[in-house]
Design a binder for this molecule. Structure first.
Ligand code: PLP
Length: 386
């Protein structure tokens, strides 16, 4: 299959074939795990395929990076050792002391910690704004100083929706770039670069890897100039995944489309159950017509995803109790794997924003809906709630 044919293909074909040609010497249909730190040179500087040292490049990682670029329809993809390593590289590549970022007012706690506690002391300031309100995002921009408008959509854990096209226009008018953390939607459900975003960030630990067996991150850039800065910093900072992790992440990506369809089917079933349960208050899911971001989500997402959050009427103690009582849902951080997870954001994933403007409600539970039998998931929640 030629590269040109590949780029015109459907999502699933790109996820499976882009980035790699069967190995010319053996015909191996999957990228071999090149467990090597260095490469023999044919005379000084005589590199084979450009490979000289595995921080700079490794064929297993290159295959993953090619596939990531293809599924996000970007110019170049970059793989990292974690989502936060990708974010750190992005911030250091594209900002300098004195610059300013706009971040979501319900950003993932680790992103907030990185921006506030690492980039902040280095001299990069930030303001938080709700991604669902473009006017407030625009108002948070500091003309001449804001370099990045950073959004998650859906956000973690409140599943707010940002209008990517509108936010891109706002960022570009101010001379800033729009960065979209696409972890919750995954490239199957949403492709921000096609809607005007400049960079996509992923924690590939989540849906892209999809099996809760590997930590990783990714950046995909829409244009070459930004890609070159990222490439330079990826090599200079060195937060790259090893070939085993790159292989696992790439293997996950190949089945992303079928997994996401099942995550969405199951999430819709769970949402139906939760909305009619008397112990449950607000159910937060962009697929619900009552969700304030429903129309925007419908426009920019293929379906509404596998993440569901809800509030427990009886308050925090009961919410903690429900988390502990679930059995099919595993109590744990992270999301996007084949197995369903339950967590209490206030005490777990978002503990780092406690006491700040980004604090999440104490009665909130977040579910990552897996691809198990839907009836088992519903029965488990019923037992835990009653
Ligand atoms: N972005 C989002 C939306 C996340 O949920 C996470 C982790 O939970 C990250 C980024 C950070 O990724 P990682 O844990 O792979 O460093």
């Amino acid at each position: 299959m030629t590269q040109e044919h590949r780029l015109k293909s459907g999502f699933e074909t790109r996820a499976i074939h882009a980035g790699y040609e069967p190995d010319p010497s053996t015909g191996a249909v999957n990228p071999p795990i090149y467990a090597t730190s260095t490469y023999k040179q044919d005379g000084v500087g005589g590199l084979r395929g450009g490979y000289e040292y595995s921080r700079s490049g490794n064929p297993t990682r290159a295959a993953l990076e090619g596939a990531l670029a293809a599924v996000e329809e970007g110019e170049r993809g970059f793989a990292f050792a974690s989502g936060l390593a990708a974010e750190d590289t992005l911030i250091r590549a594209l900002t300098r002391p004195g610059d300013h970022l706009v971040i979501p007012d319900d950003a993932y706690g680790g992103t907030f910690r990185l921006v506030d506690k690492v980039a902040g002391p280095w001299g990069v300031e930030h303001s938080a704004a709700p991604v669902s309100d473009p006017a407030r995002v625009a108002a948070a921009i500091r003309p001449g100083r804001t370099r990045l408008v950073w959004v998650e959509t859906p956000t973690n854990p409140l599943l707010n929706i940002g209008d990517i096209a509108a936010l891109a226009a706002i960022a570009h008018d101010a001379g800033a770039l729009l960065v979209v953390d696409n972890t919750f939607a995954s490239p199957y459900l949403q492709q921000p670069l096609t809607l005007g975003a400049d960079l996509v960030v992923h924690s590939t630990t989540k849906y892209v890897g999809g099996h809760s067996d590997v930590v990783g991150g990714a950046l995909v850039a829409r244009d070459l100039e930004v890609a070159e800065k990222i490439a330079f910093h990826q090599n200079s900072m060195g937060a790259v995944p090893g070939p085993f992790d790159a292989f696992l992440t790439h293997r996950g990506l190949k089945t992303l489309a079928v997994r996401m369809e099942r995550h969405c089917d199951n999430a819709e079933r769970v949402v139906d159950f939760l909305t009619s349960h008397p112990a449950v208050g607000d159910v937060i899911y962009p697929g619900l017509e009552t969700h304030p971001g429903h129309e925007v989500a419908q426009r920019q997402m293929r379906r509404f995803g596998g993440m569901v959050s809800f509030r427990v009427r009886a308050g925090e103690t009961k919410a903690l109790d429900v988390c502990s009582r679930a059995e099919v849902f595993t109590l744990g951080e992270s999301l996007g794997g084949v197995e369903s997870l339950i967590e209490h954001p206030g005490r777990m994933t978002h503990a780092s924003v406690a006491g700040t403007d980004l604090e999440v409600p104490a009665d909130l539970i977040r579910l990552s809906i897996g691809i198990e039998t839907a009836e088992d998931l519903i029965a488990d929640l019923e037992r835990a709630l009653d």
